[in-house]
Write a protein that binds this ligand. Structure first.
Ligand code: ZN
Length: 362
């Protein structure tokens, strides 16, 4: 029987690759390394913005683990019939774009391996081209609202707390020296206005500020061209009613989808465990389907209702409802020990549910 979270590297690689493929119709080595937690997303961002020289420096895990993960990934990509496509990884500087480097050695073969995206063959040529163009686009320019005084490395201007600063690689620049001084600040909050102003603005930058309490950068808004902002404001005024109706329709649609997924999931639980009480199957399904919860139910494998993720959801529920697992945790028993203590009881319940025999599981 599957044992909780103990999954092999190979399984985790395949799950990460499947999820990325479903999300974006292609998978890159970076997606996989991030997906299996060998590469923190924050480091990828820092690298794309030029604060880290080569990505290899920040990949965690032994070389043999990394190569095992990559081999599994390529085997999976070939089995799936995905097609290799070389993507450009570039970064914006004042002087134009520069290539990002993956490996410390800069070996062209290694660089190519990392740049290669594996693309779904189901995509039309046009969609595929659009995808490649999007992947080749450098990340949006970022401007930092600073918490501590700094100075422009070019003109020497003093930048007091709360000023906006642009980082060109490691060099802090005032907005004037970064060529952004004519842009206006649009605070975050109005999605449609932000999207439209951003779309209409040929030059723009995201404004972020570090939150000391949450220990991460948070989006404050965007710098855009004044003309683009004004045009976006006019557009938003004219179709505010339409957009409100659209939002309602989308919410209703999500509800239907959630319900369909929950029904199918409960059905699948009963297929695998015919003697599971239907109300309990429903409960397990609703729990697994909870939107945005990051639970097992939201993974790609679970959406396809594969046996393993469905069984894991059942195991988790049986632990809570039919054993004293929660009590053990409350008394301070560590998770692994508590799981071990209740394993037999869980196994008996599952066996009874599989057989379709009556089971007194209290
Ligand atoms: Zn300056």
């Amino acid at each position: 029987m599957p044992q909780g979270n103990k999954r092999t590297l190979e399984e985790r690689v395949v799950d990460a690759a499947e999820a990325a493929l479903e999300r974006q119709h292609y998978v890159s080595p970076v997606d996989v390394l991030v997906g299996i937690s060998l590469l923190p997303m924050g480091n990828v961002e820092a690298w794309r913005r030029g604060r880290i020289d080569c990505l290899e420096e920040v990949i965690q895990g032994s070389p043999s683990k990394i190569s095992r993960a990559m081999e599994t990934f390529w085997r999976w990509a070939k089995q799936k019939g995905l097609e290799p496509s070389e993507a450009a990884y570039v970064r914006q500087t004042r002087g134009g774009t520069v290539d990002l480097r993956f490996s410390a050695s800069g070996d062209p073969d290694i660089e190519r391996v990392f740049r290669t995206h594996w693309v779904s063959p189901a995509l039309t040529e046009r969609k595929r081209q659009a995808l490649e163009q999007r992947a080749a686009k450098p990340p949006e320019a970022v401007v930092f609202q600073i918490l501590r005084e700094s100075a422009c490395s070019e003109c020497g201007a003093e930048l007091v707390e709360d000023s906006l600063l642009f980082m060109d690689g490691q060099e802090p620049l005032c907005l004037g020296c970064a060529g952004l001084e004519d842009l206006v600040f649009l605070p975050a909050g109005d999605t449609a206005l932000t999207r439209r102003a951003g779309k209409g603005s040929s030059r723009k930058a995201v404004v972020v500020r570090f939150s000391r309490t949450r220990k991460r950068y948070e989006r404050q808004g965007m710098l855009v061209e004044l003309a683009a902002l004004e045009a976006a404001e006019r557009e938003c005024e004219s179709d505010a009613g339409d957009r409100a109706r659209q939002r309602e329709r989308a919410a209703a649609q999500r509800k239907v989808e959630d319900r369909e997924f929950t029904d199918a999931f409960a059905q699948r639980v009963l297929e695998l465990f015919p003697a599971c009480p239907p109300a309990e199957a429903r409960l397990i399904a609703a729990h697994a389907a909870a939107r945005g919860s990051g639970r097992v139910g939201r993974t790609a494998a679970a959406r396809r209702l594969e046996e393993r993720p469905v069984t894991l959801a059942v195991v988790a529920s049986v632990r809570h409802i039919h054993t004293n697992y929660d009590e053990l945790l409350a008394r301070g028993t560590d998770r692994a020990t508590a799981r071990e203590r209740v394993a037999e009881k869980v196994e008996l319940t599952l066996a009874a549910w599989r057989e379709g025999t009556e089971n007194d599981s209290q």
